[in-house]
Each structure stands twice: as structure tokens, then as C-alpha cells.
Design a protein around this ligand. Structure first.
Ligand SMILES: CN1CCC[C@H](Cn2ccc3ccc(-c4n[nH]c(N)c4C#N)cc32)C1
Length: 244
């Protein structure tokens, strides 16, 4: 998978050289290209923003630098086009399902906005030749798209074959598999500062361990994400109906 990221703070994305994503890049599973949007400015101050039409607070990112950056990253006459991801608080929610969808793409490009966002015509123009997704990583406001890109790239990269050691673990994760939250995990020592590991996990009885883990997942989901529990209950009920 090729990844292109355009930002006025490309150094923000240096974290992509670390850990799992960094290993994937070094092993050739990911081909990461970072671009400084200011490469496509030509004035003395390398200006990327201007005042908003219609008034209002803050500044808006000018269309010209973005248009030229995307032309350079993904030439219109090129043999293929990337799927362009534009992080924004106004985007559709980024979910595990969408992470799996993006993991199937051969080429993703990311446009990291700053200020009050990118002139809306940039996405509209890009959509004339590539798929564009405006995506939000959560219901809170960041100062720019770079952190969102780190979230999206990590969630997607870990799904690529060969990136994580034990692909089977993907099936048991929160928001994957059965849709319940993960059960609590423990390791040595068996007793730590007055807190003991649940006895069942030391029992060696795999059936009891599996039952305890499932019950813990259901308890946690009910406590923290009743919305997911409702969806899980409906899905389980549906499957039960299918069996009958
Ligand atoms: C006060 N204004 C409001 C509009 C956005 C301005 C900051 N900003 C500029 C570009 C940009 C890109 C993403 C996000 C963002 N925030 N929250 C999320 N889940 C995001 C995602 N994905 C935020 C951003 C701040």
C-alpha cells in the first residue's frame, strides 16, 4: 500500500517511522511519502491561508496550493488515482469497518487541513478524478488533520497482511469480531499490590476461561457501551433466528 500525506507540518507524521507502521514501511508493506504543502506556494511568506468568504473567525486554507499539491502527488494523467482521505470534524465517522475497507486500497492519499479547514472546492475538484472521503476520528475538535491521519494510518496498517505477528488476535479485538468490547487482560505476577489475577485465569480450564472472558466482554460492553451491546444482542438474536 502506498500512502501520501500532505501537510504544513509533515514532521508531525514522523511518528509513522516508528513501531508497527515503521516496521511495515521498512519491510515494504507500506510505501509512505510525506509532502509539505508549502512546496506549492510561491510568495515570500509561503502563504497557505486566507480570510473566509462570508466572514467569520479564523482563516481558510487556499485552494491553489492544495490543487497543485494533489496534481503533483496524483497526476490526472497518471495510470491510477489514490483514494483521498480528508480528516474533518464534519466527516463521516471513522470505524473499524471503514478501517478494513481502507486496508483493501492500494493507494491512500491524506490531506491534512489546518486553520478552519480547507476550501471546500479542493475536495469537490479532486472528486472529479478520485474517490474522496471526508472522515472524522471522533466527536471532539482537534487543531488539524495530522493527528487524525496518525489514527487512521495506524488502524489501517495493522490490518495489512504481515504487519502484526498474530492476525488471529484481530478477530477478538474491541469493535471487531463479535462487536463486544475486549475482556480485561492480566500477566505475571499473580498478585500485585493487593490485586490478584482472577482465579479462573490460573485454572488451566480453557472452557471456563473462555466463558469468563465472554462474560467480562458482555459486562464491560453493558457498562461502557450499551449501544454496542444492543447491536450485539440484535445480531445474536438474528443468528439464533437463522438457526431455528
Ligand atoms: C474551530 N475549528 C473547527 C473546524 C476544525 C478546525 C481545526 N481543523 C482544521 C483542519 C482539521 C481537520 C480535522 C479536525 C478534526 N477535529 N476533530 C476531529 N475528529 C477531526 C478529524 N478527523 C480538525 C481540523 C477548528
Amino acid at each position: 500500500m502506498r500512502l501520501d500525506v500532505v501537510s504544513i507540518f509533515p514532521e508531525y507524521l514522523a511518528a509513522l517511522d516508528l513501531s508497527l507502521v515503521g516496521k511495515a514501511a521498512k519491510s515494504g508493506l507500506l510505501d509512505v511519502h510525506l509532502h509539505d504543502l508549502r512546496e506549492w506556494t510561491y510568495d515570500r511568506h509561503r502563504t497557505v491561508d486566507d480570510t473566509p468568504y462570508g466572514g467569520g473567525a479564523g482563516m481558510v486554507m487556499k485552494p491553489d496550493p492544495w490543487g497543485e499539491a494533489l496534481d503533483a502527488v496524483a497526476p490526472a494523467a497518471g495510470p491510477s488515482q489514490p483514494r483521498l482521505i480528508v480528516p474533518t470534524p464534519a466527516g463521516r465517522p471513522f470505524t473499524q469497518e471503514l478501517a478494513y475497507e481502507l486496508a483493501d486500497e492500494p493507494w491512500l492519499a491524506f490531506a491534512c487541513g489546518r486553520y478552519e479547514g480547507i476550501d471546500a472546492r479542493v475536495a469537490a475538484h479532486a472528486a472529479e478524478r478520485m474517490r474522496v472521503d471526508e472522515i472524522s476520528v471522533g466527536d471532539y475538535v482537534l487543531n488539524g488533520g495530522e493527528v487524525a491521519v496518525l489514527v487512521i494510518v495506524e488502524a489501517v496498517a495493522r490490518l495489512l497482511p504481515g504487519v502484526i505477528g498474530n492476525p488471529a488476535s484481530l478477530a477478538e479485538e474491541s469493535h471487531s469480531g463479535d462487536g463486544l468490547l475486549e475482556y480485561p487482560v492480566y500477566t505475571k505476577p499473580p498478585s500485585w499490590r493487593g490485586h490478584d489475577v482472577p482465579d479462573v485465569l490460573l485454572s488451566g480450564n480453557h472452557k471456563l476461561v473462555a466463558e469468563w472472558r465472554h462474560d467480562e466482554s458482555v459486562r464491560r460492553t453493558a457498562e461502557r457501551r450499551p449501544d454496542l451491546l444492543a447491536a450485539w444482542g440484535a445480531a445474536v438474536g438474528h443468528k439464533a433466528d437463522e438457526v431455528e
